[in-house]
Design a protein around this ligand. Structure first.
Ligand SMILES: [Zn+2]
Length: 142
């Protein structure tokens, strides 16, 4: 009856059959090419309702009298130990004359399945260890 109760491993990935990007298995719409990957209305609603946790946008304008500029757009993700888990060159290009480019970085968050199960509250009640927070300050100046 309840299709949404199918267990989902948070962070599990798959390959988009359209653009070959690595995406979350829980997504029903590819965030890269925007193709619908399956007809799961509940999953689509969760994805649409995803919380924007971070969004940075900026415009770079070429100065008309300067030489052409080349640019490369790189995104990296580091874990809580500061280790780089992903580093990717997303785009490269050039600007000249009065051209401009707008760059947008966004991070969206959502629960991989319907927030009806008893395991949803787990994430918010896990912060009982002060030693974990203290460890991140190791090596910092006083
Ligand atoms: Zn895609």
């Amino acid at each position: 009856m309840n299709v949404a109760s199918r267990p989902v491993t948070p962070g599990k990935t798959r390959t988009c059959p359209h653009c070959k990007a690595t995406i979350l298995e829980s997504l029903s719409i590819c965030p890269g090419c925007l193709h619908h990957l399956r007809f799961d209305q509940e999953a689509a609603k969760r994805q649409v309702a995803a919380t924007s946790a971070l969004r940075v946008e900026g415009v770079i304008r070429h100065q008309p009298l300067e030489e052409p500029w080349e640019y490369f757009l790189t995104i990296s993700v580091r874990n809580d130990k500061g280790e780089e888990v992903t580093r990717q060159v997303v785009s490269v290009g050039a600007l000249q004359g009065t051209e401009k480019r707008t760059f947008t970085l966004s991070v969206d968050m959502m629960t991989p399945q319907a927030p009806s199960g008893p395991n949803v509250a787990r994430a918010s009640s896990a912060g009982g260890k002060p030693s974990a927070a203290a460890a991140s300050a190791t090596g910092a100046k006083r």
